[in-house]
Write a protein that binds this ligand. Sequence first.
Ligand SMILES: Cc1cc2nc3c(=O)[nH]c(=O)nc-3n(C[C@H](O)[C@H](O)[C@H](O)COP(=O)(O)O)c2cc1C
Length: 188
Amino acid sequence: MKTTTSLLILSLLLCFSVYGQNATNEVINTILNGYSVRAYSSEPVSDQDIELIIDCGVKAPSARNTQDWKFTVIKNQDLVGQIVHNATPGNVVIIISGPESAERGMSVNFDCALATENMFIAAQSLGLGARIYTGPIGDVNAKKPDFQIPEGYRAVAALRIGHLDKTVDAVSAASSRKAKAGLVNVVE
Ligand SMILES: Cc1cc2nc3c(=O)[nH]c(=O)nc-3n(C[C@H](O)[C@H](O)[C@H](O)COP(=O)(O)O)c2cc1C
């Protein structure tokens, strides 16, 4: 009986310490509570927030540290609407581009994806909403001069950023995930 009680207390302490770490770790919390936002308010995104988000994109790792990416910040609402058809006024889109001339085997898409994800998480960490888009990328690349994509580059992804519509419940807005048990195998 005494052993059972001790084990119970030990398990509770272990659980508490694991959850305690998560509860105080801002990065873990941002990732675990984040989702791809569709509903925004029309409050404009500040230039200061955009700067910080871009800083996080620039900080992303890249294969052989090539950092072969460009970030095009679209604030013009007509152009934003051409990328995201149901855009809310105040949304900003960052187009992440990589070199057109990349040789086979170069990790352009992978590197751009890492920069995109860094900025996606940064936006959420700043209390903003964000959503990654690749659906409209073909259209963006068909009209590169309109979006001022730098010469020699092609768009890889677009990141929509805006202020959250506070009436939306974040828990029910988030998509479900597959069960971890079916995704992980451990080799010992
Ligand atoms: C590479 C990539 C491309 C995506 N393209 C689109 C897109 O074109 N349109 C769209 O509505 N959402 C797009 N998404 C958002 C995903 O649908 C979303 O992240 C996924 O359903 C998970 O939702 P959650 O983040 O809310 O859990 C894209 C996400 C990624 C990572």
